[in-house]
Write a protein that binds this ligand. Structure first.
Ligand code: ADP
Ligand code: TYD
Length: 207
């Protein structure tokens, strides 16, 4: 596959959607074809079920069933959308990937390391993981100021702290770890510089 697969990870309110969009804009401004996407998807049967669960709560759905839905959605997403985009040569910019399952469903009680091992065996490695590191208290403040979703159990501070710990346990040497406490523009400039460097290294490897 000739494209480049970039995923954004971090707790709710860490700035993933904001930064994924700013990176996509910067790549497009340089004339690159970008496929901007996210998980859970809105289009697969499993993705639709996950959105229902997000709206109405997870009563009656076991953690194992929820994990299976995320996995099924991911299989669909890779096969139907990500792989074709990479074959076209696009830069794929994806908001969340399997690390989210390892961190979130891990925080809900599943075994994070086991989920990571299963995912590594089952899903293609991204070229870059951009991890926005923001303390849970700060991310929670952002969400509370800006969203009407405060009531969602998910986004309560205690839960975010658990998710944050899981992410920290997943960090690998290869990740692009970004201090997400700073202003949006400063963060975006750092990410764009690192990604353009990686893309030019890849071009040199190919020439
Ligand atoms: P995520 O996708 O990780 O949940 P968002 O990009 O949706 O995060 O950002 C969450 C909220 O924080 C939004 O209201 C957004 O405008 C705001 N935000 C994003 N980045 C920053 C930043 N660097 N500093 C302050 N607020 C930010
Ligand atoms: P997202 O759409 O990124 O939420 P938001 O725009 O509110 O930040 O993700 C929705 C929720 O789904 C988020 O709280 C994290 C959760 N999630 C998991 O629990 N496991 C997963 O594997 C994924 C991809 C998301």
């Amino acid at each position: 596959m000739s494209g480049h697969f970039i995923v954004f990870e971090g707790i709710d309110g860490s700035g993933k959607s904001t930064q994924a969009q700013l990176l996509a804009d910067a790549l497009e401004a340089r004339g690159l074809a970008v496929f901007r996407t996210r998980e859970p998807t809105a289009d697969s049967p499993a993705g639709k079920q996950l959105r229902e669960i997000a709206r109405h709560g997870r009563e009656g759905v076991s953690l194992e069933q929820e994990i299976e839905l995320y996995f099924d959605d991911r299989v669909w997403h890779i096969e139907k959308e990500v792989a074709p985009a990479l074959h076209r040569g696009d830069v794929v910019v994806c908001d969340r990937y399997w690390y989210s399952t390892a961190a979130y469903q891990g925080a809900l009680g599943a075994n994070t390391s086991k989920l990571a091992a299963q995912s590594r065996a089952r899903f293609p490695d991204p070229h870059v993981v951009v991890y926005l590191r923001v303390p849970p208290e700060k991310a929670f403040e952002r969400i509370s100021q800006n969203r009407a979703q405060l009531e969602k159990g998910y986004e309560k501070l205690d839960f975010l702290k658990k998710v944050f710990e899981r992410y920290e346990s997943l960090v690998e040497h290869s990740w692009l770890v970004i201090d997400g406490r700073r202003g949006q523009k400063e963060i975006a400039a750092d990410i764009a510089a690192a990604i353009f460097k990686k893309l030019s290294e890849k071009d040199q490897d190919l020439s």
